[in-house]
Design a protein around this ligand. Structure first.
Ligand code: GLY
Length: 367
């Protein structure tokens, strides 16, 4: 039996998140929406996901749509750019996609963000749905309508807020995720507990073994709770004028580490390090206690997430935080913790404080 969460936008119900097993439920979702009948759809998937799930999704959709194409692009963050969007536009034009037709983002965050942006801009906007297949995209990027691509060295620099028409999650796809990808997604889950819900944080720790085993019922409860937290935040502040920025906890330093590593480290791995650094700054600013800092830091370890760096250039990472979007009036809009389960925006974090936090994480030969 599928679980369903409805997300509102501008105070009106906008799209459902469906949590279920398998792709069969997709035909029912399509047949329930008369306005979708007779449309053409184009599934967009990367070279990892297309061979795994492309056919199953095509088969589920084929009876409900006029045509079901599959556009495949090379996997990797380095392809989340305007060149890939351009080849998708060309594909859509060549296959005569019109304004009433639809895109289906099948995959992780790169696919969802890039497909959403193409949907927002092709013919001034066509409908799209999200079928996230990674933990990270289920609990974070597929919800809330942030779409976009990287531009030069700048992550997610070009984009649009554009809502999907449906977010369909087949939780069985979590079973095929490579371990590193799975734990990377878990960093965003931990973030939800840290910024908003201390009971959820405690539940995650209490269920650590079931989570690492990817037990279905535990994962369903986890994805559902994270979706509820994300829904509550994006409904209140869809375009990040205030509260939505709290979701960026761990991301200012996290994004800088991601760029520093030249994307060899996964997003969630960098977010985990960013969360530890932000918790360190929260401690030094006397917002949380030393015990809370060490507890937060150590809780990433059982989930196979890094809490230290290996002899990195701290100054370079601090420099890279300046190319992040999370600035307001030239100042970094940093997210700190007031306690486990409560985050706040802070405009006073200095370069020196970031350097100290990164220094704490940085492991050097002579240490
Ligand atoms: N990933 C953060 C947000 O959606 O705002």
């Amino acid at each position: 039996m599928a679980e369903r969460i409805t997300v509102s936008y501008q105070k009106k119900p906008c799209y459902d998140i469906v949590l279920t097993r398998g792709f069969d439920g997709l035909s029912e979702e399509f047949s329930q929406r008369e306005e979708w009948a007779g449309r053409k759809v184009c599934i967009v998937a990367d070279s990892n996901v297309a061979p795994l799930y492309g056919k199953a999704v095509q088969e589920a959709l084929a009876p409900c749509v006029a045509a079901c194409e599959l556009f495949e692009f090379p996997a990797g963050e380095e392809h989340k750019n305007l060149q890939t969007v351009q080849s998708l536009y060309v594909y859509l034009i060549e296959h005569h996609f019109e304004r009433r037709d639809m895109l289906v983002a099948l995959g992780g965050g790169v696919t969802g963000d890039m497909t959403g942006f193409a949907a927002a801009t092709y013919l001034r906007g066509i409908d799209f749905i999200q079928i996230p297949t990674t933990l990270l995209s289920m609990v974070d990027s597929s919800i809330g309508g942030k779409t976009g691509v990287d531009f030069d060295a700048y992550k997610n620099m070009v984009g649009a807020f554009y809502m999907p028409k449906l977010v369909y999650m087949n939780l069985d796809t979590l079973q095929t995720l490579e371990a590193r990808q799975f734990y990377s997604g878990f960093a965003e889950v931990m973030k939800h507990g840290l910024i908003r819900d201390s009971k959820y944080y405690e539940w995650l720790i209490a269920n650590m073994y079931e989570i690492c085993d990817r037990d279905f019922d535990t994962m369903l409860a986890l994805v559902k709770r994270s979706c509820e937290i994300k829904k509550a935040v994006v409904e209140k502040d869809p375009t990040e004028q205030g509260e939505r920025a709290l979701l960026n906890f761990g991301h200012t330093i996290g994004h800088a580490i991601e760029k520093y590593s030249n994307f060899t480290m996964l997003h969630g791995e960098c977010v985990a390090l960013g969360c530890v650094a932000a918790a360190f700054i929260s401690w030094k600013k006397e917002r949380i206690s030393m015990e809370e800092y060490y507890e937060i830091r150590d809780m990433f370890v059982p989930f196979n997430l890094p809490i230290s760096l290996d002899d990195v250039d701290v100054d370079r990472i601090v420099e890279l935080t300046k190319s992040d979007k999370k600035m307001s009036g030239g100042q970094i809009r940093f997210i700190l913790l007031d306690k486990i389960g409560k985050a706040a925006i802070d405009h006073t974090v200095s370069e020196e404080e970031m350097r100290a936090a990164l220094g704490e994480l940085n492991f050097k030969e002579e240490d």
